[in-house]
Ligand binder design. Sequence first.
Ligand SMILES: [Zn+2]
Length: 156
Amino acid sequence: MEQKCPRCRTVNVRAARFCAHCGLSLRAGSGGQVAPGRIRHPKPASPPDGFHACRDADHLHFRWGPAYGDSFLLGTEGIAVFLFNGAYPLEEVVLELSGKDDTGKARFSVTQTVEALPVGQEVRIEIPSYELSNELAAPVRELDVTLVSAEFSPES
Ligand SMILES: [Zn+2]
């Protein structure tokens, strides 16, 4: 049996732990998948303090806060999300972002595509205020970021 590298498409023997051509780890990661964003890196870069793990992803992290200013004043302000990729360079990264208020009630869920997530850099995305439903809702207190899909960057 053989296995195809999801990054460079080289066919490797099934028992291979790393791709013979590009060196990608062929061990399954999150969800038992060998897919971009779901492969454990042998030496991942650690995220800065304050980052949380993204769901269904290996070595993808995020932190978040108000898009403007230091604190949330109303329930309607845009949200800035900073992403940190500690493993293999990715592009076309589709993420689902969902927020809850104080009471644990779901406030919104949006899907965003990030063009590129290089390794070891913070990439800022924003959830604009018009995506946050409910004008009079309580501020968002909890944010979840889930990896939906991604591609490997070709230059990597
Ligand atoms: Zn490969």
